[in-house]
Design a protein around this ligand. Structure first.
Ligand SMILES: [Zn+2]
Length: 323
C-alpha cells in the first residue's frame, strides 16, 4: 500500500519534485543565513527524509515510467497502414495531396530504379516534397533488385546507403522503414536491415497468398510477426473494387493492423499494379467515412512488443525459394 501511495504521489510530477528537493537541499546547505542555526538539525533530518523519499519515489517513478514506455501501446480497432511503392509520379501529383486533405498518414517507399523516366517517376526533389507534406519516406533500395538470397543480401547495405545519401541531400531523414522489393525476402537480408538500423519492413501477402491472387492477405499482428517481415493485408491490383477493399480492411480489429500496398494511382508504366484514381478515391473515402485510423508504417513502432518476435516462421524462410 505504501508503495502504491508513493507512486501515486511522485509519478506524475516526479521531475518537478526532483527539482524542488534539489533546490531545498542547496538552500539549507549553502545559504545557512536563511535559517537560524538551531534549525539545522531539523533541516538535516528533513533533508535526509526528502532524499530518502526522492530515492524511493524516483526509483519507483522511473521504473513505472520505464514500464509504461516499454509496454506497447494498444492498437486501436480499424487501424490501416497505407504504403506506396516504387516512387511513381502520381504519388506527388495525386496520392499525397488527397491523403493530406483526408488527414491520413502513409509511407512512400522510394527506389532510384525508374527515376531516369522523369515523366512517370518521382525526382528526389519530389520525394522531399512528399516528406515536407508530413509523410514517411521509406527505403525500397537503389536498383529494386532481388534481395532474398545471400548474394542479394551482400549488395543490400550498399543499396540502402545509396538511397539514404540521396535522401540526406534533399533533407529527408534516414528511413526506419523498408519495403522488400518484389515482395521477396530472405534471412540474410533481414540481418542486413537490422544492422543498418531499420526497424520495420513490409513484405507482400506471400507466402500465405500466391502472387496475383485477389484474396485478402494476413493482417499484421505485432505479437506474432517479426517487425522486419510485416505482411501485406491487401496488394492493390487494377481489378480490385470497393467490395474487395472492404473485405481487406474490415477485418482490422483491435490488436491487428491491415497494411495496404499500392503502387501508382495511376501507374502507367507498371499496369499490373495500377490503381485507377476514381477507385482509389472511393477506397480512401470509405476509410474516412468509417473512422479508420490511417497511419504510416513508421507509426506502428509504438505497437511493437518490447522483445523482437523471434519465432515468426518467415524468419527462416526464403521467398521465392531458390531464386
Ligand atoms: Zn517495388
Amino acid at each position: 500500500m505504501v508503495g502504491r501511495g508513493l507512486i501515486r504521489f511522485a509519478s506524475p510530477p516526479a521531475g518537478d519534485y526532483t527539482r524542488a528537493f534539489l533546490v531545498l537541499a542547496v538552500d539549507w546547505r549553502f545559504t545557512p543565513s536563511v535559517f537560524p542555526a538551531k534549525c539545522f538539525p531539523m533541516l538535516q533530518r528533513l533533508h535526509i527524509a526528502l532524499l530518502t523519499l526522492l530515492f524511493f519515489n524516483g526509483g519507483s517513478a522511473r521504473g513505472d515510467d520505464a514500464a509504461v514506455s516499454a509496454a506497447p501501446d494498444a492498437i486501436p480497432a480499424r487501424t490501416v497502414v497505407l504504403t506506396f511503392d516504387d516512387a511513381v509520379k502520381s504519388h506527388v501529383t495525386v496520392v499525397a495531396p488527397l491523403l493530406k486533405e483526408l488527414g491520413f498518414g502513409a509511407t512512400f517507399f522510394v527506389t532510384h530504379a525508374w527515376m531516369d523516366d522523369a515523366q512517370h517517376f518521382l525526382s528526389w526533389d519530389d520525394v522531399a516534397a512528399i516528406h515536407k507534406m508530413g509523410f514517411e519516406i521509406g527505403n525500397h533500395t537503389w536498383t529494386h533488385g532481388s534481395f532474398n538470397t545471400p548474394l542479394g543480401a551482400a549488395r543490400l547495405a550498399d543499396e540502402l546507403a545509396r538511397v539514404e545519401i540521396e535522401l540526406a541531400r534533399v533533407g529527408v531523414p534516414k528511413p526506419i522503414s523498408f519495403a522488400w522489393t518484389g515482395n521477396a525476402f530472405g534471412p540474410e537480408s533481414v540481418a542486413v536491415l537490422e544492422a543498418a538500423g531499420y526497424r520495420l519492413a513490409r513484405r507482400g501477402m506471400q507466402p500465405e497468398v500466391p502472387y496475383g491472387r485477389i484474396h485478402p492477405g494476413p493482417l499484421f499482428d505485432p505479437a506474432r510477426h517479426h517487425a522486419l517481415l510485416i505482411p501485406t493485408a491487401g496488394d492493390g491490383y487494377p481489378d480490385w473494387n470497393l467490395a474487395h477493399f472492404k473485405k481487406v480492411v474490415d477485418r482490422a480489429a483491435a490488436g491487428k493492423i491491415a497494411v495496404l500496398q499500392f503502387h501508382g494511382v495511376p501507374d502507367v508504366v507498371h499496369p499490373w499494379v495500377h490503381t485507377p484514381v476514381d477507385q482509389f478515391r472511393q477506397y480512401m473515402r470509405y476509410l474516412k467515412d468509417n473512422d479508420f485510423h490511417v497511419i504510416a508504417l513508421g507509426d506502428v513502432e509504438k505497437y511493437l512488443p518490447t522483445e523482437p518476435v523471434d519465432d515468426d516462421p518467415t524468419l527462416k524462410m526464403r521467398y521465392p525459394d531458390g531464386k
